[in-house]
Design a protein. Structure first.
Lengths: 426, 163
């Protein structure tokens, strides 16, 4: 349960809100690189943290992210002409470079001087791996570029998809750190999904349906360990990292790629799930990438606007027969849609004053506490964690350990990302 | 991927049901009584934390201190009571440990709760310390463990679970 004012604090991320200010201390995914595939390609509308922006890639390959609307009359620059190192409004020809600076106002006699006085608000945007990250905060507080392992591995070792989720970002995030739902909602997928099946860990998962949980406070966020009985004197541990404010990873299975998510607020009632798979030591195979594109694993099959083909307008293609047969627990196909269908069913912003949390929700309770404290501390001038490279070089881990061993000790350096180091998996 | 699925015909129930407007029609009624949570301190420092929490307003939560072998509890008023009677109506037991003392009591509490189907949670109140006796002694007996927990984690947990 949360009080109304705390629920509002955590769910509102627009400019000037405490949580919005917290988010504006982090580089966030705002586009897939494929959305701006070449120089002078069409511009793309971006809505993030309740701000309407336009993104483009100029003739020199530079990325721009700025106010969507022309300073002159407020027309959308989505209609703009992307040409000769700038985006030109087709209404009266005003042209802007990637920093939002006007570089040509052809209707003005004093073109040069007037141009210098016109600048749209803009934000830095960079390509890392197959994702474009942007920083929407105070330039004086801009952190180093993110060093998530998925976006530092060599080309061919990462695949990222994005999916519209039609609910507040916190509902989606909480699904990412809620290990106790996996046994139920996703239980049918462990041996059928090509990106999960065949691991020894799956046997442990299915052999112990009542895991124990340890929620470990660490500097960048939380480590949520789920332990199940393995052999007589060992436990099977699955360790999920959450890094403030919106990054989660899923523990690996066998030699499959490792996956995770960024839950990025679009506005207070919608978010993007940026879902990645990467392998730290090898290229993804064609078969794996094909499965990811087809919506397997943590991905979904989407339309051209990245809205899942199975969505609330078609009842997520609910299949009651598959539910009855036990092929899927909820009747919805695919892990991503199994999650989002239920999270969207809670409403755009769930009323957390009505919920009945239990002790196994301790990870969610602790994450909310850390988010609230971080947002309020920032109001007092205390800078947050999670935006530093040392917080981001984290891995999820699956490992069998002696029963008497603390998982934080047992996994040791396995949770620390290092180039070329195999991941620790079962 | 989508072959052979039974696609619903007619207006989608999910699209209509998930709007903010529809959320306003959810039945609004008082929630049932709070959880019957029992909070047990296992050493002197933990007792201070538990006592501070007990002074806040709670629903059905009750607060105690115990030591080995854990068959008896001491209330915040200093009354000694039998464990079995105090947890008979409980559905959650929270163990709080700082020093890791009274491991036998933890084991006894865990065993009784296991046999009676009562959820157990453990808070290893060892700020900054990821490896402690409190952690090692609580781990086998707590289905959920917070490591390392801070004093306000107890209040947060109880508040969030409507204790």
């Amino acid at each position: 349960m949360l009080r109304t004012e705390i629920n509002e604090l955590l769910t509102q991320t627009g400019p000037g809100t405490p949580m919005g200010e917290l988010f504006r201390r982090y580089w966030q995914p705002v586009l897939l690189a494929e959305e701006l595939p070449e120089n002078d390609c069409p511009p793309v509308r971006v809505k993030v943290l309740s701000e309407r922006l336009i993104a483009f890639r100029d003739s020199s390959g530079r990325y721009g992210l700025m106010d969507e609307f022309c300073a002159h009359r407020g027309a959308s620059l989505w209609f703009g002409r992307n040409e000769e190192n700038g985006l030109r409004c087709p209404y009266h020809g005003w042209k802007y470079d990637v920093t939002g600076q006007a570089v040509d106002v052809p209707s003005e006699a004093d073109n040069g001087n007037f141009c210098a006085s016109v600048k749209l608000k803009s934000y830095p945007m960079v390509k890392l791996g197959d994702v474009l990250f942007a920083y929407l905060g105070d330039p004086a507080k801009q952190p180093p570029l993110p060093e998530w392992e998925a976006y530092t591995v060599p080309e061919g070792q990462v695949f990222t998809s994005k999916r519209l989720q039609e609910c507040n970002w916190l509902q989606a995030l909480e699904g990412g750190i809620d290990s106790s739902h996996v046994t139920f909602l996703h239980g049918g997928n462990l041996e059928s999904d090509p990106l999960f099946k065949g691991s020894k860990g799956n046997e442990y998962n299915k052999g112990d349906l009542k895991p124990f949980f340890e929620v470990v406070d660490y500097e960048g966020g939380l480590l949520i360990g789920a332990r199940r009985n393995a052999e007589e004197d060992t436990y099977y541990w699955r360790v999920t990292p959450w890094v403030l404010p919106n990054f989660t990873m899923v523990p690996p299975r066998g030699d499959h790629p490792v996956h995770g998510h960024f839950w990025v607020p679009i506005d207070d009632e919608n978010c993007w799930a940026y879902s990645f798979d990467y392998h730290p030591t090898r290229k993804l195979t064609d078969v794996e990438v094909a499965a990811m594109r087809a919506g397997k694993g943590v991905h979904s099959a989407n339309d051209a606007a990245y809205r899942p083909l199975a969505n609330k307008d078609n009842d997520y293609l609910m299949d009651r027969e598959a539910q009855r047969r036990g092929e899927t627990y909820s009747g919805i196909e695919g892990i991503a849609l199994q999650d989002s269908s239920l999270q969207e069913s809670m409403g755009p912003i769930v009323d957390r004053t009505k919920e009945r949390l239990v002790a196994t929700d301790a990870g969610i309770i602790k994450a909310r506490q850390k988010l609230r404290k971080a947002a309020l501390a920032l109001q007092e001038g205390v800078e947050p964690v999670g935006n530093r490279p040392q917080d981001q070089k984290v891995r999820s881990v699956a490992k069998v350990l002696p029963r008497e061993q603390a998982f934080v000790d047992g996994i040791g350096e396995a949770m620390r990302a290092e180039p070329g180091k195999p991941h620790t998996t079962v | 991927m989508f072959e052979n699925l039974s696609i619903p015909v007619g207006p989608s129930s999910c699209a209509e049901a998930t709007t903010a407007k529809e959320a306003a029609f959810r039945i609004d009624y008082p929630l049932p009584a709070a959880r019957n949570t029992r909070i047990i301190a296992l050493d002197a420092e933990a007792a201070e934390i538990v006592r501070a929490a007990s002074e806040l307003e709670w629903g059905e939560a009750r607060f105690y201190v115990t030591s080995d072998p854990g068959t008896e509890l001491v209330t915040m008023d200093g009354e000694t009571v039998a464990l079995e009677g105090e947890i008979a109506e409980s559905n959650t037991l929270v163990m709080v440990s700082v020093s890791g003392e009274n491991a036998a009591a933890m084991a006894h509490l865990g065993e009784v709760c296991y046999n009676q189907g009562i959820m157990t949670a453990g808070l290893a109140m060892t700020p900054g310390d990821l490896d402690s006796d409190a952690l090692h002694h609580l781990r086998p007996h707590a289905r959920v463990l917070l490591v390392p927990a801070e004093p306000d984690d107890l209040v947060e947990l109880l508040w969030a679970t409507r204790a």
